[in-house]
Design a protein around this ligand. Structure first.
Ligand code: 6R9
Length: 645
């Protein structure tokens, strides 16, 4: 395969902290002695209560499966993100908060203020019985209190589980129950793009289905009237009764830090578990080297705190580095497509880290929205969440960054804790659309479907062969599922679920998921999750869901639905089913297309042939491949004839 253009390192970036040579050396030293390399990074980069003496201790083999890093060390993550910066940088702005409404004043929270706010929040949690190891669910808008709440958990050793505010009451209830959290932190309402999101009302609905829930702490964000019942507590009232002084709990390196639910190829989302020291080191280290971060620079991660990108690059990475992180409440395109660039100008943003889907939506609105802003502060760009198509890449590079800002196309996953493959600015020349080279400590490997290792230029399934500190440590409540999901497809290796090509220069090109996970606007969605929601509807007999190409979202959701006898597949039912999925999971899971089908293509053993459904959804109906194993090949004709275009 031929390689497209290569973008050399130019401008200020020829003086970056890393150059191609230093990158190679760093990669080499992490590869040759990972244990001492990471132990050295951990002791240098983090503040320990008890310094660790061991680095990685792990095995991906079935007989001896375990993953531990810095196991004899003790520290507190919140203290690393706040307290250690106070002496020298107490007055540095830790969080800049940009409100949804552009006419409102932004807020600037210094490290000293953050220390007080987090301490106060932690004390409120303690008063309400939260202690080390307890799970706390956050269902929050993008307001500073979301950061305070997460850090407050870390401070007292509670485990946070942030649930994206766009998930439905049902989805929220499932996640509260799965981790058995007794407490939820929410707000009266959230705001996004001029709209209000009724978070508290949603928690009330979820509470009816989540019997473990005892307490709901409500932050007054918009001041909307909300019903307060016996389990509900206003945060501002509780906060008035406590001080801001709260000692940081001593945590073992491997004590859990957070759970984050993510979609897999089965119906039920899994609670990905990250622990304290390894995750923090990965957040700290990758933030520093992937963005060559220098104190004083304003870093804007445009992801919601409900996703892993928000955890690692809005919160833990920047704060551990004593950086200034920008948190934006709203949408990049509201009130118009210039807003994102106006925010960049208003706060002199140095690095913007966003998703290809946002870029494609902005690109569609035309260059004028970009060109009418200054953007001279913007020196580095990041992309994450899905493969970036070269057209969007070039627009980002040429129009947004005016050719001076490199693009860090960062490949990673909820499971990896932080960035794994990315062109480090100044160190790795870029190719549009390629996540390029692995970070130090990351050892990728491509294998074919049989598990044979592929060398040189090749295309295959992406595995990682060595553990790294930021690796997830478990699936909450189901350690066996952790091993089964990630370490059995290719024995002894962590399997990412992604397909990938490596070119002749050793650059990695992620081609997308090879399992039943689709990536809608950079958000992971299991096809089985959407199917499970559909079949819960009384009219539905069977459902099959596949991804389809979508101009802005990257992938859209195409659902095939077979109805129960006597039900008519009309427009009213179609809208009702789409609304049903929104209600069951949330708006991000809404099918873009829903086709009623008298039957689904199945093999004689009853397996739905998704390969065919995918082709039909893609509109590629001339080459459906081998259909000879189908129980009833005639099914295909109807599917093709009634395809939704
Ligand atoms: C961080 C995050 C993970 C999946 C991953 C892959 C896709 C993420 C990407 C990318 C190509 C990139 N993905 N970054 N694909 N290039 N730069 O998104 O985590 O929500 O767990 O999704 O996203 O398919 O496997 P998560």
């Amino acid at each position: 395969m031929t390689d497209p253009e290569i973008y050399p390192i130019t401008g200020d970036w020829t003086n970056a902290s890393l150059d191609p040579r230093k990158y190679e050396d760093l990669y080499e030293s992490a590869a040759s002695s990972p244990g001492s390399f990471w132990l050295d990074q951990a002791t240098k980069r983090l503040d320990w209560i008890t310094a660790p003496t061991i680095g990685g201790d792990w095995s991906f083999a079935k007989a001896d499966f375990h993953i531990k890093w810095f196991a004899d060390g003790q520290l507190n993550v919140a203290a690393n993100c706040i307290d250690r910066h106070l002496a020298k940088h107490g007055d540095t702005v830790a969080i800049i908060w940009e409100p949804d409404e552009p006419s409102e004043e932004p807020r600037r929270i210094t490290y000293r203020q953050l220390h007080d706010e987090v301490g106060r929040f932690a004390n409120v949690l303690k008063v309400h019985g939260v202690g080390k190891g307890d799970r706390v669910t956050l269902y929050m808008p993008m307001i500073p209190e979301a950061a305070y709440a997460a850090l407050a958990c870390a401070r007292i050793g509670a485990i946070h589980s942030v649930v994206f505010g766009g998930f439905s009451a049902d989805a929220l209830a499932g996640r509260i129950e799965d981790c058995g959290s007794k407490i939820v932190i929410t707000a009266d309402e959230g705001r996004r793009g001029g709209k209000r999101i009724k978070l508290k009302a949603c928690v009330d609905e979820a509470a009816a289905r989540a019997p473990t829930l005892e307490t709901v702490i409500v932050v007054k964000a918009t001041g909307a009237e909300v019903a307060m019942g016996p389990r509900d507590i206003w945060y501002h009232e509780a906060a008035a009764g406590v001080g801001s002084d709260c000692p940081a709990e001593t945590m073992a390196a491997e004590d859990p830090l957070f759970i984050l639910y993510t979609s897999g190829s089965t119906g039920k989302p899994k609670g990905v578990l990250h622990t304290s020291a390894g995750y923090l080191l990965w957040a700290d280290f990758t933030f520093k080297i992937a963005f060559d971060y220098k104190p004083g620079q304003v870093f804007w991660c445009a992801a919601d705190i409900g996703w892993v990108t928000g955890h690692t690059y809005l919160l833990y990475g920047p704060l551990s580095n004593g950086g200034t992180t920008l948190m934006y409440e709203g949408l990049p395109t509201w009130p118009d497509a210039s807003r994102i660039w106006q925010v960049v100008d208003r706060h002199k943003v140095h690095t913007l880290f966003t998703a290809p889907t946002a870029l494609r939506a902005l690109m569609k609105e035309g260059d004028d929205f970009v060109r009418r802003t200054d953007r001279s502060s913007l020196k580095l760009l990041g992309s994450v969440g899905e493969p970036i198509n070269p057209e969007a890449w070039r627009w980002y590079h040429d129009v947004v960054g005016e050719g001076r800002a490199p693009i860090v196309d960062a490949w990673w996953q909820t499971e990896t804790g932080g960035i794994m493959i990315a062109p480090l600015p100044g160190a790795v020349p870029m190719k549009p659309g390629s996540a390029s080279k692995p970070l130090p400590g990351v050892v990728p490997q491509l294998v074919d479907d049989k598990g044979t290792v592929l060398t040189g230029a090749a295309q295959g399934n992406l595995c990682i062969t060595q553990s790294w500190p930021g690796q997830m440590r478990g699936v909450w409540g189901d350690q066996d599922r952790f091993f089964q999901t990630y370490f059995t497809t290719y024995e002894g290796k962590y399997f990412t679920g992604d397909g990938c090509r490596r070119d002749g220069d050793g650059y990695y090109w992620i081609t997308g998921r090879v399992d039943d996970v689709i990536n809608v606007s950079g958000h992971r969605m299991g096809t089985a999750e959407v199917e499970s929601a559909l079949v819960l509807h009384e009219a539905v007999a069977e459902a099959a869901v596949v991804g389809m190409p979508h101009e802005v979202k990257g992938q859209g959701i195409y659902a095939y639905v077979t109805l129960n006898a006597g039900r008519e597949g009309d427009e009213a039912l179609r809208s009702a089913l789409v609304a049903w999925v929104r209600q069951e999971i949330g708006p991000i899971a809404s099918p873009d297309k829903l086709q009623f089908a008298p039957a689904l293509p199945k093999t004689r053993s009853g397996k739905i042939m998704r390969r065919i459904l995918r082709k039909i959804a893609e509109g590629d109906v001339t080459a459906l491949g081998d259909t000879s194993t189908l129980a009833d090949p005639a099914v295909i004709d109807d599917l093709v004839a009634n395809r939704i275009v």
